[in-house]
Design a binder for this molecule. Structure first.
Ligand code: MG
Ligand code: MG
Length: 266
């Protein structure tokens, strides 16, 4: 089997600093938007607030118009995995909501996502959110220059399966830089059908595990954007933009955990 030739654009330290500036705007958007996520708010109102914050910072939302996507954020509720279109849907107590946002600043993209509880969520949802965020953190911790990129997929798959969850395979993480989606593709599972490059200094990638409560299988909704679980069980998604530098791995979109309160009460 031959793979499509990948073209990984490694970034200089200066370029990573520019991406960091983009990522810091994005991190602040998330910290602010968390206060809005409560029962009664619509996904459309959250999207509008996100777009306003990004534009007020002099930046542009990466997803707006991307392949025709109508929103500034992808907002996916409960069994929706990713790519939910913001709309008049009202969030209810007990829902979980995945918010995925990209920012372009001075031509450089950053990309991040988190799944948040709406009001009081049940223990099944708490466990899914905690384990999905842990999958992301373990994947980041596994990155070391000289190792293969597949340390990420292995870390995510092992943690998810150990807790009884499945990993979505049809959507993957990606390189990021002047384009939102660059090489390499970053699977969240042990994948034998994609290239497995060596992790080098200057690699910048968006790592984004999507973890399901039931089957790993997903389907596309009739709106042709929203991806949901085939069995309609819950799904969660966390994402950071991460740079491999001389002095270590830097999480460019780093911010305090949005679900920290769930960790402390359980
Ligand atoms: Mg994203
Ligand atoms: Mg992404």
């Amino acid at each position: 089997m031959s793979f499509r030739k990948q073209k990984i654009l490694l970034k200089s330290a200066d370029q990573v600093d520019k991406m960091q500036a983009s990522a810091e705007i994005l991190a602040s958007v998330f910290v602010n938007i968390r206060k809005m996520v409560k029962p009664g708010v619509t996904t459309g109102a959250i999207d509008e607030a996100i777009e306003t914050m990004i534009r007020q910072a002099g930046c542009f939302p990466s997803f707006k118009g991307y392949h025709g996507f109508p929103g500034s954020a992808c907002i996916s509720v409960n069994e929706e995995v990713v790519h939910g279109i913001p709309c008049e849907r009202v969030l209810n107590d007990g829902d979980i909501v995945g918010i995925d946002v990209g920012v372009i600043k001075d031509g450089w993209h950053s990309d991040s996502a988190e799944t948040l509880p709406v009001g009081q969520i049940n223990s099944e949802a708490v466990d899914l959110l905690k384990n999905t965020e842990e999958c992301l953190n373990l994947a980041i911790a596994a990155i070391k220059p000289g190792k293969r990129l597949s340390v990420i997929g292995s870390a995510v798959e092992d943690h998810a399966k150990a807790h009884g969850y499945s990993v979505v395979e049809t959507l993957v993480g990606h390189g990021i830089g002047r384009d939102l989606h660059e090489d390499p593709q970053v699977p969240n599972y042990r994948c034998f059908t994609m290239p497995d490059p060596i992790i080098e200094i200057g690699l910048v990638i968006a790592i984004e595990p999507m973890i399901n409560g039931g089957t790993k299988r997903v389907v596309t909704a009739r709106d042709e954007w929203t991806i949901r679980t085939q069995d309609r069980r819950l799904s969660a998604h966390f994402e950071h933009t991460v740079a491999v530098l001389n002095d270590g791995v830097r999480v460019l979109t780093r911010r305090p955990s949005g679900i920290a309160s769930l960790y402390s009460t359980q």
